[in-house]
Design a protein around this ligand. Structure first.
Ligand code: PMT
Length: 234
């Protein structure tokens, strides 16, 4: 499928987000960025023009990829939305592989929080972050294909199907996290790709680089089919 994505613009998010509590502490998660970076590399290999919005990770940028580094969920939201703005050429696919924080501290403490004498607990007030994926899927410049990820510890299929519907996605890639050497941080993964009308495909277990290639082949097929149908209807 060399050059299957020639002429396509693909936007990928990867890695964790860090939500700062004070100048020295943050809320984060275990995403290494490996899955999302492998996806960006696989898209470039297929001839796409790729923009990768990356949370704080220490991975090298895949050759040919334009990388935008962010730290927080709010910054990732701003960076992704900017890529959908009309100054850019339309985006053909968005692949949300980042582990975006669902909650962020309501307030940032300007100086390091101190232990208070006699107080054994600390309560942090958290507020919901904006759902980047759901906003991309309902954006006026919606990419032709919106692909989400679901990181689940249990009831993987049911939760993933719920996200597919609720967030108005075309595909969702579910992976189990928190058990064994899969999902977060590892070099390998297994993805269950779910779509509408009962579409279901298992990718792996295999290296994330291998899975990313198979996922991009699937995405390429969908983009090509959709383009042919649109052209036929013109
Ligand atoms: O980075 P690695 O170590 O390689 O690990 C890969 C991975 C496990 C992080 C990856 O495969 C994965 O599952 N990414 C999504 C993790 C996640 O946050 O899942 P979720 O079920 O909480 O979120 C569902 C979807 O909504 C995701 O596409 C997420 O990017 C998106 N989301 C969530 C919250 C939010 N505020 N904005 C979002 O866009």
């Amino acid at each position: 499928m060399i050059n299957a994505l020639a002429g396509c613009r693909v936007l990928v998010s990867a890695g964790p987000t860090f939500e700062d509590i004070d100048p020295v502490r943050f809320l984060g998660n275990r995403s290494s960025g490996k899955m999302g970076f492998a996806i960006a590399a696989a898209a470039v290999e297929r001839g796409a023009q790729v923009c990768l919005v990356a949370g704080p990770v220490s991975l090298p940028t895949p050759v040919g990829v334009t990388r935008i580094d962010v730290r927080s969920a709010a910054q990732m939201h701003t960076a992704v939305m900017a890529q959908l703005s009309i100054e850019h050429s339309p985006c053909d696919a968005y692949i949300g592989a980042a582990a975006v924080a669902d909650f962020t501290p309501q307030a940032f403490a300007g100086s390091k929080l101190k232990k208070m004498p006699g107080e054994d607990t600390l309560t942090l007030e958290l507020v919901k972050t904006r759902d980047i994926l759901a906003e991309v899927a309902t954006h006026a410049q919606r990419p032709r294909l919106v692909v989400g990820f679901a990181a689940e510890t249990d009831d993987v299929v049911a939760y993933a199907r719920g996200k597919l519907q609720r967030k108005r996605l075309d595909l969702i890639c579910a992976n189990r996290v928190g058990v064994g050497a899969t999902g977060f941080e590892s070099d390998d993964n297994t993805l269950l790709v779910l779509g509408h009308e009962g579409f279901q495909r298992t990718l792996g277990p295999a290296a994330k680089t291998e899975i990313a290639g198979r996922l991009l082949d699937l995405i390429s097929e969908r983009l090509i089919t959709e383009r042919l149908v649109t052209e036929r209807l013109r």
